[in-house]
Design a protein around this ligand. Structure first.
Ligand code: SER
Length: 875
């Protein structure tokens, strides 16, 4: 049965929906609120907190087609892409999940039924593996399903450590994991390879198509395997692999989606041979690049953006190898939209922005290549030997983004070899630095957690009664808190907003009937609990009743700032373009900052336009409306979701006229007019492609303007103008001082030349020639040259030796007119004098300068010089 990729995707979701599974749309490639993972690398990632029992859902069975990226991070396939039949940076994972609902029995039955009945795969082509000690799974396969025992292979800890096994799956070094059973497909004898567990297992004959994980443990950093609250199921089937089987081809790159992308890649690069590996690389990479951009990643020099940049550059390099000229990669986006736009409407929606950003990145890379090439050429020309040092190759790569393979090519072409060992050593150091600096790979369990659920009442209220549910002191639960102790206090309900979505936590107090007060300095979120951070005066027990009161004025200022961030976001998109996306924000009471993607500097005019637009929407006094809706409905209504944020099924949509519609759980003003005033106080780049605006609202903005006015008034008074003429006044004053400096210079020159004239009186006639040898009172060393030239002119013919002392240093200059240079050599004369004075110098026969330090000897040296000149003139 031949099926298109789309048909397979739909068949899978429909099948599991018919078995009571909720169809959950693909989540973002950026794991929500998770610093432990670079990208969503498996279908289970969006559900990991559900497995851990920390994220209750309305369903216990789910199914999804999840977009995944395996590049950088724990599961990294980047370097393999293009060289094997089935590695991708981007792929789709079909999965069904049970959260404490069914376990091994149904999971296996469903998988078998779907493969053999729905997809009609012949049973004899299928092979199964189980974790060595998993007799239960073995029995289900052999006794219930009826697979021959010799086709159910037990795989132990074949990777050398406990649980390090092809049949034990883990999301990362910590977090949910468990034994698994895998289904393999036999592509036939004509392809080399052996069954799993055999020495030939790495061949391409037997391909794993479905992994069924029995999620049972939460692995901790110390290796402890904590049983999950309920045994669960996580399965994953790569769409591309199953499509290859159903379309009767061996390589994933021969399936419908890839054939179309490869044809498009051939067209834009001009490649003729459709089997060229570089075309596969490009077809693969356009998928990961475009989808990473759909999810808000933009090329940069760190973290996720850096991985994206590397993938783009790898694709561009392969394109150039195929003979592509100029930017070509972005031209593949339309073909991708044709293939995948229907299943992923978000891709189609962002097509124009993705094309534009890819083009800009390609063009920038083009410039990098040019610059790198000329640096490399220069370096090669200056080399002594024939080996290009590793640190240079590394510098080209690391600082200038110049690809190493290209350095190798160029060096080789010109008969040089590259010091690979040196380069590797630099790389190893770099990797270590990156690891140390990386936030990813953190221990998922080291994050403080709580299983309590707090009801947030703060959208309507600023105070209210509540009951203490949990107290965490030094990260551990305790029953009672004593006077002076600090802790996190969790209530059943609270008006305190817990820091999230960029808005900082509320401060305030929790007061008990006996007068004890817990002063709250911050509020943070632990799972679904709001944890009040602070210090106690008095006594506090779990179960106590408290009166919770937030600092109202502070909250009001935060509300104004938070609502303004949404207006800024919309205004930036209106003024700069749709590619602008929020990269982060920090909303406090006194100011807020807003980070966003944009690839070039912003002009003062654009910044002003943003300010005007935001203030216009403030003055329009739109009502600020919030509405709870289903996430998909919200997205369909055009609500913008934030990058890297994790949303529940039901989300809060914040609307301020059609101008701004965004998902947001923060606290806001009632109508935009409450913001009062909006003022940007700074703007600048903070990383490649990311800029930051800092701004203020309401009275804070006014007080900032007052301070500015005061400063300006100070300047106005000093320049004797008024506020609106200061620029002109300061300009005038600067021009005046420039003029004065010029006048001063001229006067100095004049003085020097007058001094020169009076010197003429000291000229002696020696052996028939005019000679002037003298010490001048403090003349700037650089003025000596002018004086000498003028004196030479005035004398017409003669010999001069002038000296002057500045701050203990002697400057000497000698001049001889052309007619006398045969007798007296200025360079030699000054050199001789300098030597006597503890210095060095020399120069041309007609003019030479030198220095010395021996000031005491100067008068006698000048006398001796006169004698020397006399000798030479008379000779
Ligand atoms: N999480 C497992 C995998 O990625 C099954 O979905 O293979």
């Amino acid at each position: 049965m031949s099926m298109t990729s789309s048909a397979i995707r739909n068949a899978f979701l429909d099948y599991f929906a018919s078995k009571g599974h909720q169809i959950v749309p693909s989540a973002s490639l950026i794991p929500g609120n998770d610093a432990t993972l670079l990208f969503t690398n498996a279908g289970m990632v969006p559900f990991k907190d559900v497995f851990l029992g920390q994220d209750p859902r309305s369903y216990s069975r789910a199914t999804s087609a999840q977009r995944c990226v395996r590049a950088g991070g724990k599961h990294n396939d980047l370097e393999n892409v293009g060289y094997t039949a089935r590695h991708h940076t981007f792929f789709e994972m079909l999965g069904n999940f049970s959260f404490g609902d069914y376990f091994k029995q149904e999971a296996i039955v469903y998988a078998w039924e779907f493969l053999t009945k729905e997809l009609c795969l012949p049973a004899e082509k299928l092979l199964v593996t189980v974790y060595a000690s998993d007799d239960e799974a073995f029995d289900i396969w052999t006794k219930q399903i009826g697979v021959a025992p010799e086709k159910v292979i037990r795989i132990g800890d074949n990777k050398g450590a406990p649980y390090a096994s092809d049949n034990f799956w883990a999301m990362g070094d910590t977090g949910p994991c468990g034994p698994c059973t895998e289904v393999f497909y036999d592509h036939g004898e004509h392809i080399w390879g052996g069954p799993p567990g055999s020495p030939e297992e790495d061949g391409d004959r037997f391909i794993e198509i479905w992994n069924i994980v029995f999620m049972q443990f939460n692995r901790h950093a110390d290796g402890r395997m904590e049983p999950l609250p309920k045994p669960s199921v996580d399965t994953g089937m790569g769409l591309e692999r199953i499509a290859a089987i159903l379309q009767g081809v061996h390589s994933n790159y021969e399936i419908d989606t890839f054939q179309a992308l490869i044809a498009a890649a051939a067209e834009v690069t001009g490649a003729k041979d459709l089997s060229n590996k570089s075309l596969r690389v490009i077809a693969d990479h356009i998928r990961s690049c475009a989808f990473l951009m759909v999810d808000g990643v933009q090329p940069s020099n760190e973290g996720r953006g850096y991985v994206l940049r590397r993938i783009i550059r790898r694709a561009v390099r392969h394109g150039h190898q195929l003979g592509a000229v100029g930017a070509f990669f972005h031209k593949l986006v339309p073909a991708l939209v044709v293939q995948m736009g229907e299943a992923y409407p978000e891709l189609a929606a962002k097509q124009a922005v993705i094309e534009k950003l890819l083009r800009i990145e390609e063009e920038q890379f083009g410039k990098t290549l040019q610059r790198g090439l000329s640096m490399l050429q220069e370096a090669l020309q200056q080399l002594d030997g024939k080996i290009l040092p590793g640190d240079l190759v590394f510098k080209l790569y690391d600082t200038y983004g110049f690809p190493v393979d290209l350095t190798n090519d160029v060096a080789r072409e010109q008969g040089f070899t590259v010091d690979q060992a040196g380069f590797d050593a630099e790389m190893a150091q770099q990797r270590q630095r990156a690891q140390q600096a990386s936030q990813f790979g953190m221990d998922y369990n080291a994050q403080l957690s709580s299983k309590q659920v707090t009801d947030f009442t703060g959208y309507q209220h600023v105070h209210g009664n509540a009951k203490v549910q949990e107290i965490l002191r030094d990260g551990k639960a305790c029953q009672q808190l004593n006077d002076g102790e600090e802790a996190l206090v969790i209530l059943n309900q609270t008006p305190f907003y817990a820091e999230s979505g960029g808005q900082i936590g509320d401060t305030g107090s929790l007061t008990l009937a006996d007068g004890s007060v817990f002063r709250v300095t911050d509020t943070i979120k632990l799972g679904k609990a709001h944890a009040h951070k602070g210090k106690l005066k008095g006594q506090l027990m779990v179960g106590a009743e408290v009166q919770a009161q937030i600092d109202e004025a502070r909250r009001q200022a935060i509300r104004q700032n938070h609502s303004a961030t949404h207006l800024v976001h919309a205004a930036l998109r209106a003024v700069l373009g749709e590619h602008v996306t929020q990269k982060g924000s920090l909303v406090g009471p006194d100011r807020f900052r807003f980070d966003f993607s944009h690839y070039e500097a912003i002009s003062a005019t654009q910044l002003q336009a943003v300010e005007v637009l935001v203030n216009q929407h403030i003055q329009a006094n739109h009502p600020v409306q919030t509405e709870l809706m289903n996430l998909e409905a919200a997205k369909a209504a055009g609500a913008m979701a934030l990058f890297g944020e994790k949303y529940d099924d039901d989300v809060r949509v914040l609307t301020m006229s059609p101008f701004s519609v965004e998902l947001c759980g923060g606290t806001h003003v009632n109508s935009t007019g409450d913001i009062g005033l909006f003022k940007i106080v700074s703007e600048g780049g903070i990383a490649a492609g990311v800029r930051r605006i800092e701004a203020m609202t309401g009275m804070q903005a006014l007080s900032w303007l007052h301070q500015l006015e005061q400063q300006a008034q100070g300047v106005a008074t000093a320049v004797k103008g008024d506020l609106f003429s200061i620029a002109e006044r300061v300009q005038q004053s600067l021009e005046r001082s420039r003029q004065l400096e010029k006048d001063l210079d001229q006067l100095k020159q004049k003085l020097a030349s007058q001094a020169g004239s009076s010197l003429l009186e000291q000229v002696q006639l020696i052996a028939g020639s005019k000679v002037l040898i003298t010490e001048l009172p403090q003349v700037e060393a650089k003025a000596l040259r002018t004086m000498l030239d003028e004196l030479k002119n005035k004398l017409g013919s003669g010999v001069l030796l002038l000296a002057t002392v500045n701050e203990g240093k002697i400057s000497l200059i000698a001049g001889v007119t052309q007619d006398l240079t045969a007798k007296v050599h200025a360079g030699k004369l000054v050199g001789w004098a300098a030597e006597q004075l503890g210095g060095k110098g020399g120069g041309r026969p007609d003019m030479a300068q030198a220095g010395g330090i021996n000031t005491d000897a100067l008068p006698s040296v000048l006398q001796q010089a006169a004698a020397l000149v006399e000798q030479q003139l008379s000779a």
